[in-house]
Design a protein around this ligand. Structure first.
Ligand code: NI
Length: 181
C-alpha cells in the first residue's frame, strides 16, 4: 500500500501532456496502477490520473460507489484505463459540478459531453471499449483531460459557478457534496 503525494494546481507538471504507455503487464505498470488506487482511496476520490502523482503516463483509474453523501451521482465501475481515446457520440453537453483531488476544496460547473464512447487498454494490454453517458462520461472526460494537462477550472465557463465546496453548500448553491477526481 503506497499512498502517494497528490500534486496540486500550480505545479507545472500537471500542465504537461503525458506519454503513451507502450509496455504492458510490467511490474512498474502494476505498481503505478496500485499506487493510483491506494492514493485515490486514501483521498476518497472518484478517479485519479497518473500525472496527479507525478507520473507522466497516459494511465487513469476511476470507480465510484453511490453513497449518502452523493445521492445524485450513480455508481461507476472500477476501471483501469490506459492510452484512452474518447469519441463524443452526440454534440449534446451538460454543465454540472466537478471537483478534483489536485484542486482540493473547490468545485466548479463544467460542460461535458453527455454521451461518449471510449476505448483503451487495461494494465495487461487488453483492449476494451464502452459506450457511456452522464456521470460516467463526465468522470472519463475529467480524468483524460489530466493526460493533456487540462484541469477542470480551465474549463469553467462562468466563474460565478466556481468556489469552495463548504461555501457553496452553506449558501445552498449546491445541495449535496461533489466528489473529487
Ligand atoms: Ni482531477
Amino acid at each position: 500500500m503506497t499512498v502517494r503525494k497528490i500534486l496540486r494546481m500550480g505545479d507545472p507538471f500537471l500542465l504537461q501532456p503525458a506519454a503513451v504507455v507502450s509496455n504492458f503487464d510490467t511490474p512498474q505498470l502494476h505498481q503505478l496502477v496500485q499506487d493510483l488506487f491506494d492514493t485515490m482511496q486514501a483521498a476518497n476520490g472518484a478517479g485519479i490520473a497518473a500525472p496527479q502523482i507525478g507520473e507522466g503516463f497516459r494511465v487513469v483509474v476511476f470507480g465510484f460507489e453511490t453513497n449518502a453523501r452523493y445521492p445524485n451521482r450513480p455508481p461507476v465501475p472500477t476501471t483501469v484505463l490506459i492510452n484512452p481515446v474518447i469519441e463524443p457520440l452526440s454534440d449534446v453537453t451538460d454543465e454540472d459540478w466537478e471537483g478534483c483531488l489536485s484542486v482540493p476544496g473547490l468545485r466548479g460547473k463544467v460542460p461535458r459531453y453527455t454521451h461518449i464512447r471510449y476505448c483503451g487498454c487495461d494494465q495487461f494490454g487488453v483492449a476494451f471499449e464502452r459506450e457511456v453517458r452522464d456521470f460516467h462520461a463526465r468522470v472519463v472526460q475529467h480524468e483524460c483531460d489530466h493526460l493533456d494537462g487540462v484541469l477542470f477550472p480551465m474549463r469553467v465557463r462562468d466563474m460565478t459557478q466556481f468556489g469552495y465546496l463548504d461555501e457553496l453548500l452553506a449558501t445552498k448553491r449546491i445541495s449535496t457534496s461533489i466528489p473529487e477526481e
